[in-house]
Design a protein around this ligand. Sequence first.
Ligand SMILES: [Zn+2]
Length: 116
Amino acid sequence: MAPGAAQQRSELRCPVCALSDFPDAESLSRHADGHFSNGGGSNEEGDRLLARELQREERAAREADERREFERLRAEYGMNGRGSYDRQMGEGMERAVRRGHMSSVEYHEKRVKFDS
Ligand SMILES: [Zn+2]
C-alpha cells in the first residue's frame, strides 16, 4: 500500500466520538451527521457549551480592558518613587471606584496584585 493512502485513511476520524473505522469520507460524513441530527438534546448541550465559550471570551476581553485601564492608571498616577507611586495608585483607583469605573472587588484584586 502506498504511504499516501494510509495517511488519508487515518484522517477519516469522527470529530465527535473519534471513531476512525470508516471505509470512505462519505460514510464518515453520514456517521457524523448522525451525531447532530439525533434529537435536540445534543444540540442543547452544544448551545450551552457555546454560550459558556462566549462568556469566557467576554470575560477575557473585559480582563484585557481592565489590564489596559490598570496600565493607564499606573501611567497617570504612578510617576516618581515607589512610595508615592503606591499612594497615588491607590488614590487613582479609589477615584475610579467612586466614579463607578471599577467595582470594589476589582479594586481590591488590583490592590492585592499591586502589593505583591
Ligand atoms: Zn462519531
